[in-house]
Design a protein around this ligand. Sequence first.
Ligand SMILES: CCCCCCCCCC(=O)SCCNC(=O)CCNC(=O)[C@H](O)C(C)(C)COP(=O)(O)OP(=O)(O)OC[C@H]1O[C@@H](n2cnc3c(N)ncnc32)[C@H](O)[C@@H]1OP(=O)(O)O
Length: 359
Amino acid sequence: MAASSGGKKLLPEPSKGTSAASAHSSILRKSSSEKPVTEATGSGSKSSRNEDLHSVLVTSVLNLERLDLDLYSNEHSNRCTFTGTHHWVPRSRMLFGGQIVGQALVAAAMSVSENIYAHSLHCYFVRAGDPKVPVLYQVDRIRDGKSFSVRSVKAIQHGNPILICQSSFQRKMESPIHHQFTMPVVPSPNELLTQEELIQKYLRDPALTEKYKVGLTKLLAEEVPIEIKPINPPEYYRRVALESKQHFWVRARGYIGEGNMKLHCCVAAYISDYSFLRTALLPHFQYKVKFMASLDHSMWFHAPFRSDEWMLYECESPWAGSCRGLVQGRLWKQDGVLAVSCAQEGVFYVKPSAAESKL
Ligand SMILES: CCCCCCCCCC(=O)SCCNC(=O)CCNC(=O)[C@H](O)C(C)(C)COP(=O)(O)OP(=O)(O)OC[C@H]1O[C@@H](n2cnc3c(N)ncnc32)[C@H](O)[C@@H]1OP(=O)(O)O
């Protein structure tokens, strides 16, 4: 049954032939007459992307099932060969933080009216997510003002919160006050290799040790629903202290289309946590991670963007200490507009790593 808020249908009726059990809500799409989606991970350049191959982030990962007013589950949405409930789980075996944040924003977005838009969110990851069970999302409608609405969402597993997320939505408003930083000058996406193409290149290196070959092959096999084009990627085996900064182009795999900004903000929430925290580790090559996890995650949405189009992710870590590291990020549109700002702290437990080379 399509979820509704205040009587209005926020959600298209499930497409024909969708059984009641698997009919689940999805964030507002432009219209419910969309072509039936095939879950695909369309990749490659934009021109080679079949516009019918919808992003699995939209058709599955961020497609929550409405259980009751302000109560959602991801049980019927994340189809995954591995666990049956979650699409992609990092090697850390904790639920990917970006998935929980994106799904929490979906739940919050379902509870606000169509004509207000997410402008910020702040969340804490309070327990590791269990990849073997679904997640419940409970929305608390904190306040609906004239221009702003605030929601609090609890992501729950085994009866306990794993994430608490406050988000705020604002009615479209104009202002004479506007400024932004200037976008960094970097190579354009079509001048760069994707992460997969880079790994394939490394795997062709005859001098590659077995250990690296296994690690890179595992990375290649992961079904991450995000496409990445690193800029000046360090040689993965080079063991030198790097500046705590990294830039890469990023977009959702597959086609999302205009959709609406709520949907793109939820996809950006997913995308923004991928490869973000590692920025704080770049100067510390002489240590091996025993445990790392995001403690919190904040985002500010500044301007309309398309999460299925290449955006430059400018990441930097100004500080690390006391087993924590702070990372900050800016997502830039290709036309130079600053679309999203992000920040997060993570916890790191490390040990000195044995010196080794790839050869
Ligand atoms: C390694 C490659 C990883 C690649 C993927 C990284 C993805 C990073 C981004 C993410 O998506 S992480 C997912 C989102 N974040 C979370 O799920 C974090 C959820 N929050 C929590 O799990 C807890 O709040 C948190 C662990 C952060 C703090 O809780 P506690 O204060 O109770 O935990 P504590 O620090 O005492 O210990 C946690 C674990 O760290 C380890 N640990 C603790 N102190 C340590 C120490 N001194 N040395 C080494 N390991 C240590 C240890 O495994 C320990 O688990 P156990 O006690 O059950 O064994």
